[in-house]
Design a protein around this ligand. Structure first.
Ligand code: GLN
Length: 207
């Protein structure tokens, strides 16, 4: 883990979903967390978490709060983003079983199926080994979760449940179909904070 002299500022998109849990996990991982609701707040952070919740609602609120375009631009310019569950859906290039007209941020070169596990079991937990996360498997909580059906060439698969892909990384974009913010295990948040720290030198590009 890289320990920065000045903590990186990591935003949590705070329109809907489990914002507080991510704020707590980021602080425990050594970052300075900030809630983001407006474009000005977005330009003040070094990285951003898209929380779990309901991707259709978060997408609609992104429009209402005039954040959709600024966020797309920031991601295209290299802002590190971690999406969990609904956040993974928002980050995906393509979503199967999306709601009609559902807005997406589309930075991550994956095809995700929304509510994929949800049609089988609404919620379940599993222990998963993740590439890039040392110290044994993480306990993963899935709640009406998506899975990843296809990954682009640049995307690294970090973890699976059986043959289903549930954690991926593409450069400074990280996404999990599950909710690491709910377990008290902060190793995935630490991984993301490390990504943000390593990226900090380049932040001028997306401001
Ligand atoms: N099924 C939800 C959606 O489509 C995601 C669920 C979650 O974030 N726990 O956004």
């Amino acid at each position: 883990m890289v320990t920065p002299a000045v903590p990186v500022r990591v935003g949590v998109l705070a329109l809907q979903g489990d914002v507080r849990e991510h704020v707590r996990a980021l602080a425990a991982a050594g970052a300075h967390p900030l809630e983001v609701r407006h474009a000005a707040e977005l330009s003040a952070v070094d990285g951003l978490v898209l929380p779990g919740g309901e991707s259709t609602t978060i997408g609609r609120l992104l429009r209402v709060f005039d954040l959709l375009e600024p966020l797309r631009l920031a991601i295209a310019a290299g802002l590190p983003v971690f999406g969990s569950c609904a956040g993974m859906i928002l980050l995906a290039r393509e979503v199967l079983d999306a709601a009609p007209g559902q807005p997406l941020l589309a930075g991550l070169d994956v095809v995700v199926r929304r509510n994929a596990f949800g049609r089988q079991v609404d919620s379940f937990e599993a222990d998963i080994d993740l590439i890039g996360v040392a110290g044994g498997p993480v306990r993963a909580v899935f709640i009406r979760a998506p899975w990843v059906e296809k990954v682009g060439d640049e995307v690294e698969v970090l973890g699976q449940v059986g043959d289903r892909i549930v954690a991926v990384r593409q450069g400074s974009l990280l996404a999990t179909a599950f909710h690491p913010e709910l377990t008290g295990d902060i190793r995935i948040h630490q991984l993301f904070v490390d990504i943000v720290v390593r990226n900090r030198g380049r932040r001028g590009q997306y401001r």
